[in-house]
Each structure stands twice: as structure tokens, then as C-alpha cells.
Design a protein around this ligand. Structure first.
Ligand SMILES: Cc1ncc(C[n+]2csc(CCOP(=O)(O)OP(=O)(O)O)c2C)c(N)n1
Length: 671
């Protein structure tokens, strides 16, 4: 390719971005202008993809971690022949378009991850790279077929300032993820000004200390230097960070290297001045010179050949390795046995003895791991407490990616983002685990999993004040409500072994969103059921555990409070007809028809009470003007029985709170 065409191709990217931002009258042109050369080198010389098969398994992944530069990825996808048309580019940031303000998984073919909240994309990419290493360990026979791809991306100052990338990149360095290559758009400017007022540590040294291979390209317009660095990165066994010194808003005579180029359109006059400065035709906007189009058509054709070659070899590989091929299909299709819930129930070790739901969860997980070969995960250094270790699953460690247990270290935020990386990648069903309180440390990836419809599984044990002596710093109060407030999240809080099996079955079977599994630390009494436990009933999210016709009072409880509520019934006025409802998943109940909901909870005819050892704000959408028996202050350090007494959550005291409310309307909360 001659220099002239190369320059034209790079400027095409710059001006597509500038013109789209101008038309939308919003967006971030600066990063696109500075990073256009690195995007061009990567996409035109290295990235392997097929625009007709955007989810081809062995494609190289590209993650734009600095999601505010979304026009850069849309421009690349358009040029590279993906289903992102010129009309889509012209609809940048408009309602319902394929080109939303920040890249969104599902919205745009070729977008591998939803990015925008800085730090997430790079951390997701760590998960993708680990996912591909683990897939290769299971599939490749002898050499590096069928899995030999790279996970590439572009990150910015903001990405590297965010703590989550330190967590994820530290783990990536430890795990020697040599298939991960990031270009760092090192332009010394962020949103509000130059980075000399905020961000002056030596980033190169930081990444070297993480165990990364670090290179520096002094001039972001030097395509050969960028190319050499990418080639060297591909050969190095460590993850690679290539710091590329660029100029934010490159080419703009008055706004380059100022934060004004970061997040607003350049403005009509400055667009004109920039086009003149870079010798670009002033008209028409959205110009793609014919020779640039021809270049990309040739590149797409060339890549098609290597894609077809891979498909031929893959067919041979499938014939030669039928067991592996079967596994591949099971993982890629997220296949789940139809009787998974029943099989998980059969894995319970102590279904009829007092037990904690974390222990039930441990037994269920072992069974699930046997049935679902793609089920992998781990905890943030809490396996001995969360019981989420797959006993004969082996450990994922540097150079050994065949295991199933991932040791995330004490890195909750990074863990959530890495699990999402697995989910984006699509081969493994991945879970994380820690204490429920620390869901606060994971909220950004949990929210993004819900937004991006990822089937990530977030296991949380120690799910209430009843974890006891560790005290209020570790005792969740508002966390269940906060998780239930996230659209498209399913929060499970099972009350016994069967419900625990249901929660895992639901999470594994879910295709269009994440699940939270909240388990107890403490043992729970065995529930008295008027009918045998039924996992399918539990899977629906709510059911009457003890039923009566035409109840005067319906008591709804979850998790550890189901047995408390059950025992409380004996202390209530005997003339009351009381139905006890276990509601392990509120979100599933809320999907029922109105008639069905009213049948279980006859609003108006019966009075409604919810019992949950938590803040309880979210319950008012179910009980309306009913009574919430919960906790409205922080916990305390004490054995669980003492806490139950102090927080009016013993069966007698729960009954007392209900009776008082029925008699006087007073909602007594513990002081
Ligand atoms: C977690 C998070 N915090 C804040 C923002 C808002 N924001 C968008 S870009 C940006 C900083 C931009 O600086 P840099 O990463 O260097 O990007 P550049 O200016 O080079 O485009 C900020 C604070 C965000 N997107 N995500």
C-alpha cells in the first residue's frame, strides 16, 4: 500500500468521525482523530474477522475500552464491511440507531462489549483473553488449532486511571495472557484538562510491574512503528500494552491537544479549518474516496480466504476429534439438559437436615459442574467461605488453562468485569463469588451485565446480618434492594436445598441476563412443607409453602426468613387464616400475569407482610401498604442468635411485630 493511500485511509476514518459527531451535534471527536492511525494499522494489517460472520469463533476480538470514542469503532466497522451502513453512521447517537452514543453489545454487529464506563472494556478483554486461553486448552490438539486468536483493544487515560483495570491487568499479568494486546492512546489530555494535574505516574513501569510486555511508540502517526510494536506483541508470551503517544484532536488547528476536542463537536468553522489543514476536500461530508473503498474490499476478500481455510480445517478437526467437537457445540450453544433442575436437586447432600444455603450451593455446584462442562468460575479469595470451588475441576494458573477454578484474588470489581468478559465471549458459563456486602464493589459490572443481557452468575454468600460476629462492615442491609433495583437482574435468595438447586438451575439456564444468588452463612432449619418440595415450583419464583383458602393474612419471606416466618405463625392469633409464601425470586414473580399474582397474594382481601432481614425498600412494590418486617439500621457484631433478638427477628418477635400492626396499624422497627 502506498503512503498516499495509507494517509487517505487514515484521514477517511478521522473525517467520518468528525462529520458524524458534527451531524449528531454531540460525541467525542478528539480520540478518533488521534487514534485513527493505530485503529487503521490494527484493522488493516492484523485483525482477523469476517464481516459476514461477525461472531466467527476464531475471530480476533477488538474492544474499544474508551467507549466515548464510539465513532471510531463504527467507522472501522463500516469500512470493514460489517452491517453498519452509511445511513447508520449518519444516524449516530439517534434513537434506535445501530450507532448509539457508546458501543453496546447486541446493538451493532462487530461490537464485542458494551463500553463507556471507563475501565470496563479493558477488564472485559482480560476475561475474553482468559476465556480463549481456556477454550484453547480444551480444544487445541497439539498445535494452535482451532483457537489461535488475539484479543486487541484501545484504551485511554481514563481507562488506566480507573482502579478496575489495575485489578484485571494485575491478574492478566499473573496469568500470562499473551493473547491480549492493547494500544494505549497516551495523549496526555482527559475530559477536564491535561493529565499533568492528575495522572503522572509512569504507566509503562506500572504495567511492567504487572508482568506485561510494554512498548512505547513515540509518534502516534508513525504507522510502521505501530505495526512493529503489534508484531512484537504477538510474539511475546506476556500480555502487551503498547503506549502510543498521540495528539487529542490531531489535525484541528485550534483545538488539538486541548480538552475542548474531547467531548464536543469541533464546530463548523473548525471542521473546515481541520479539513483544510489535512488537505481534505471540504465537500461532501462523510466522504470515502473510491480507492479507500477498494482497499477495504481487497482486505475483506483476503480475510475471507483465511476464514474459509479455517472453516475447512475446522470441519476436518471436527471429524478427527468427535468428542471435542461435541464439547465445542455444547459450549458454543450453551446447552443445558432439560432436567437440569431435577438433577441439581439430586446433587444435594443433606436435603433434610439443617444446613446453610452456601453449603447446599456447594453440593449443587459440584453436580452442575459435572453436567455443564462450560461452567467455570471462582471467588475473590473466599473459596473457603463461599464454597464455590469445583472439587475436581483443577486450578487455572499461568500456562495451565485447562482448570475450572479461577482464583481472582481480592479483586471484586475486576472479577465482575472478567466474568462479563467470559459472557461476552460466549463459550463459558462463568460465575464469581464473594460476600453479599461486597456486591457494592462489583456494582458497575453487575449493572453492565444486566444492560448487555449477559448470563453472568454472581454468587454472594453471607447474605444478611446473620453472618454474625464480623459485624456491620460485613453485614448487608441495602444490598438486596440495590441489586433488585437493576433492570433485567434476577436476584435469588433460596430458603433451603431445593430452592438453592432451583436458583443455580435458573442462573445456568438464563440466556438473556445475569443472576444473583444470595446464600446464607448460617444453618437454616428444615422447612415444614404442606406438599413435597417441588423444584419447578421454586423456579417460578414464588409459591405457597403453607396454604389456606381465602387467607386473611399472607406472609411472604425469602431465604433465612422463610423458616423464621414459618415458626412465627404459631404465635399469631389462631383465628387468622394465614398463607406463607416463599418468594426466592421476586423478579420471576413479577413476570406472572396480574391474575396469577393476585391469586397468590390477594391484595385487598388479605393483608400482606414481607419478612426479610434487609432494608426492605423494594418490598413495597409487592406489599403496597402492607407491613415490611426488615431492618432499617446497620448491623452489629454479635453471634447470630443475639442479633435475631436485638433486631426483633426471632419467630416470637416477628409474630409480635405482625400482631401489633394488625391490631394498631403501628409499624414497629427495631431501635
Ligand atoms: C467510569 C467513568 N467515569 C467518568 C466518565 C466520563 N468520561 C468520559 S471520557 C472521560 C475522560 C477522558 O479522558 P481520556 O480517557 O484520556 O480520553 P480522551 O480525552 O483521550 O478522549 C471521562 C471522565 C466515564 N465515561 N466513565
Amino acid at each position: 500500500m502506498n503512503r498516499d493511500l495509507e494517509q487517505k485511509s487514515i484521514d477517511t476514518i478521522r473525517f467520518l468521525c468528525i462529520d458524524a459527531v458534527e451531524k449528531a451535534n454531540s460525541g467525542h471527536p478528539g480520540i478518533c482523530m488521534g487514534a485513527a492511525p493505530m485503529a487503521f494499522v490494527l484493522w488493516s494489517r492484523h485483525l482477523r474477522f469476517n464481516p459476514r460472520d461477525p461472531r466467527w469463533a476464531n475471530r480476533d476480538r477488538f474492544v474499544l475500552s474508551a467507549g466515548h470514542g464510539s465513532m471510531l469503532i463504527y467507522a472501522m466497522l463500516h469500512l470493514a464491511g460489517f452491517d453498519v451502513t452509511m445511513d447508520d453512521i449518519k444516524s449516530f447517537r439517534q434513537y434506535g440507531s445501530k450507532t448509539p452514543g457508546h458501543p453496546e453489545f447486541h446493538d451493532t454487529p462487530g461490537v464485542e462489549a458494551t463500553t463507556g464506563p471507563l475501565g470496563q472494556g479493558l477488564s472485559n478483554a482480560v476475561g475474553m483473553a482468559l476465556s480463549q486461553r481456556m477454550l484453547a486448552a480444551r480444544m487445541n490438539v497439539g498445535g494452535n488449532f482451532p483457537v489461535d486468536n488475539f484479543v486487541y483493544g484501545i484504551c485511554s487515560d481514563g481507562d488506566l486511571m480507573e482502579g478496575v483495570t489495575s485489578e484485571a491487568c494485575s491478574l492478566a499479568g499473573h496469568l500470562k495472557l499473551g493473547n491480549l494486546i492493547f494500544l494505549y492512546d497516551d495523549n496526555l489530555v482527559s475530559l477536564a484538562g491535561h493529565t499533568d494535574v492528575t495522572f503522572t505516574e509512569d504507566r509503562d513501569k506500572r504495567f511492567e510491574a504487572y508482568g506485561w510486555h510494554v512498548q512505547h511508540v513515540a509518534d502516534g502517526n508513525d504507522v510502521e512503528a505501530i505495526d512493529r510494536a503489534i508484531r512484537a506483541a504477538q510474539k511475546d508470551p506476556r500480555p502487551s500494552m503498547i503506549s502510543v503517544r498521540t495528539v487529542l484532536g490531531y489535525g484541528s488547528p485550534h483545538k488539538a491537544n486541548t480538552h475542548e476536542a474531547h467531548g464536543s463537536p469541533l464546530g463548523k468553522d473548525e471542521v473546515k479549518a481541520t479539513k483544510e489543514n489535512l488537505h481534505w476536500p471540504l465537500e461532501p461530508p462523510f466522504l470515502i474516496p473510491d480507492e479507500v473503498r477498494q482497499f477495504w474490499a481487497g482486505r475483506i476478500e483476503e480475510l475471507k480466504k483465511s476464514y474459509e481455510e479455517w472453516q475447512r480445517r475446522f470441519a476436518d478437526w471436527q471429524r478427527a476429534n468427535p468428542d471435542k467437537a461435541k464439547l465445542w457445540n455444547a459450549m458454543a450453544g450453551r446447552q443445558v439438559p432439560a432436567d437440569l433442575p431435577e438433577q441439581l436437586v439430586s446433587g444435594l447432600l443433606t436435603p433434610n437436615a439443617p444446613e446453610s444455603t452456601r453449603k447446599h450451593g456447594q453440593a449443587v455446584l459440584q453436580k452442575a459442574a459435572q453436567l455443564i462442562p462450560g461452567l467455570v468460575g471462582g471467588s475473590a479469595d473466599l473459596d473457603p467461605s463461599t464454597f464455590t470451588y469445583v472439587k475436581d475441576g483443577g486450578d487455572v494458573q499461568p500456562g495451565n488453562y485447562a482448570g475450572r477454578n479461577i482464583h481472582f484474588g481480592v479483586r471484586e470489581h475486576g472479577m465482575g468485569s472478567i466474568v462479563n468478559g467470559f459472557s461476552y465471549d460466549g463459550f463459558f458459563t462463568a460465575y464469581s463469588a464473594t460476600f453479599l456486602l461486597f456486591s457494592d464493589y462489583m456494582r458497575p459490572p453487575i449493572r453492565l451485565a444486566a444492560l448487555s443481557r449477559l448470563p453472568s452468575i454472581f454468587v454472594f454468600t453471607h447474605d444478611s446480618i446473620f453472618l454474625g460476629e464480623d459485624g456491620p462492615t460485613h453485614q448487608p442491609i441495602e444490598q438486596l434492594a440495590a441489586l433488585r433495583a437493576i433492570p433485567n437482574m434476577e436476584v435469588w435468595r433460596p430458603a433451603d436445598g431445593v430452592e438453592t438447586a432451583a436458583s443455580w438451575a435458573a442462573a445456568i439456564g438464563r440466556q438473556d441476563g445475569p443472576s444473583t444468588l444470595a446464600f446464607t452463612r448460617q444453618k437454616l432449619p428444615v422447612l415444614q412443607r404442606s406438599a413435597p418440595a417441588n423444584v419447578r415450583q421454586a423456579l417460578r419464583g414464588a409459591y405457597a409453602l403453607n396454604d389456606v383458602d381465602d387467607p386473611d393474612l399472607v406472609v411472604i419471606a425469602t431465604g433465612s426468613e422463610v423458616s423464621t416466618a414459618q415458626q412465627a405463625l404459631q404465635y399469631l392469633d389462631k383465628s387468622l387464616k394465614v398463607r406463607l409464601v416463599s418468594m426466592p425470586c421476586v423478579e420471576r414473580f413479577l413476570k406472572w400475569s396480574g391474575d396469577e399474582q393476585r391469586k397468590l397474594l390477594p391484595h385487598g382481601r388479605a393483608r400482606l407482610v414481607a419478612v426479610e432481614a434487609a432494608g426492605g425498600l423494594d418490598w413495597y412494590r409487592i406489599i403496597a401498604d402492607g407491613l415490611m418486617v426488615g431492618i432499617d439500621r446497620f448491623g452489629a457484631s454479635a453471634p447470630d442468635k443475639a442479633l435475631a433478638d436485638a433486631y426483633d427477628l426471632t419467630p416470637q418477635k416477628v409474630a409480635g411485630r405482625i400482631s401489633k400492626w394488625l391490631a394498631t396499624g403501628a409499624r414497629t422497627n427495631p431501635k
